[in-house]
Design a protein around this ligand. Structure first.
Ligand code: ZN
Length: 298
């Protein structure tokens, strides 16, 4: 399969979604606009950092290692070859199934502010020359909450990956279910999980990267279903919030509970990978599994 995956007619209705790797790689040149302003303050240690330097440093504070939030676009720039994603299902929007009061207006406002259609961008790209299907959630859109659009786009992503025998990588960032879509949000957990299962039964690789925060129904479904589960340092990962758990069990929770490091210690996460190592780590994992798959059974 040496065919260029980006030239397939099947994707004729999609568009090339080009991230801007130059935002991360170049610091000398003037960029026309710096989205967060010239300086950014670290919320953890208070250090004021040049935004350009922050982008160059994978949006990590060089003082304390705090991971700033990463948009879907920035993530593609960090992970994919040439920062280039061939976006799929770009125009799927919610039908507002419950006609929830005020939801329609808030959607339009958020779409305008973020440039996103909903809380996930999915597509096909390459890591170290190896084709992958990739889904990246963006917490800037309704806190990355999962509604019908995220469920549908992920399901289609897994179905395509199964058909084309490609690995899937999903970056999770979510506050849970989309309240405005009620039961339709909850249904997505089962729907995506079923598509993940079919992909898995076909013997294909699924890697999740849990980023801050990954909670609620996303944790309870596809986030924790990866064959390999990676996490970013310090990421909050859990189902219910700590206060709810404390009230329910009537006990104080241990220090660092629901952080990536705690979950690694307790076997829920396979590896914590810092952002500068993430692309290489993912490349190695995919290469290892694709060789095993094509080569003689060993
Ligand atoms: Zn800091």
């Amino acid at each position: 399969m040496n065919r260029n995956p980006f030239k397939s007619k099947k994707y004729a209705t999609s568009k090339i979604y080009r991230a801007r790797p130059q935002d991360i790689e170049r610091t000398e040149e003037e960029r026309p606009n710096v989205p967060q302003g010239i300086m950014t303050k670290c919320p953890k240690c208070g250090k004021v950092i040049y935004t350009k330097l922050l982008l160059k440093n994978f949006k990590r504070c060089d003082e304390c290692g705090y991971n700033f939030k990463v948009s879907a676009n920035e993530r593609f720039a960090m992970i994919l070859d040439e920062g280039e994603l061939f976006e799929l299902d770009a125009h799927i929007t919610t039908k507002d199934p419950l006609q929830f009061p005020g939801y329609g207006d808030k959607l339009i406002r958020t779409q305008t502010q973020t440039g996103l259609v909903d809380g996930i961008v999915t597509g096909k790209g390459k890591i170290d020359g190896l084709p992958v299907m990739l889904g990246v959630m963006d917490s800037a859109f309704f806190m990355g909450s999962m509604g019908t659009v995220i469920g549908e786009k992920l399901t289609r992503l897994f179905e395509r990956a199964t058909k084309e025998r490609l690995p899937v990588i999903v970056f999770t960032a979510s506050g849970g279910a989309r309240m405005q879509e009620g039961i339709f949000s909850l249904m997505q957990m089962a729907k995506v999980s079923a598509a993940v299962a079919k992909h898995s039964e076909a013997g294909l690789l699924y890697v999740t990267v849990l980023t801050d925060p990954t909670t609620g129904g996303v944790t309870a479904s596809f986030a924790m279903l990866g064959d390999i589960i990676l996490a970013e340092p310090g990421a909050l990962i859990g189902f219910a919030g700590p206060r709810v758990i404390e009230q329910t069990i009537g006990q104080k929770l241990p220090e660092g509970f629901q952080r990536a490091e705690f979950l690694l210690e307790h076997g829920f996460v396979d590896q914590i990978v810092s952002r500068d190592q993430l692309k290489q780590t993912l490349g190695n994992i995919i290469r290892l599994h694709s060789t095993a798959h094509q080569g003689s059974a060993e």
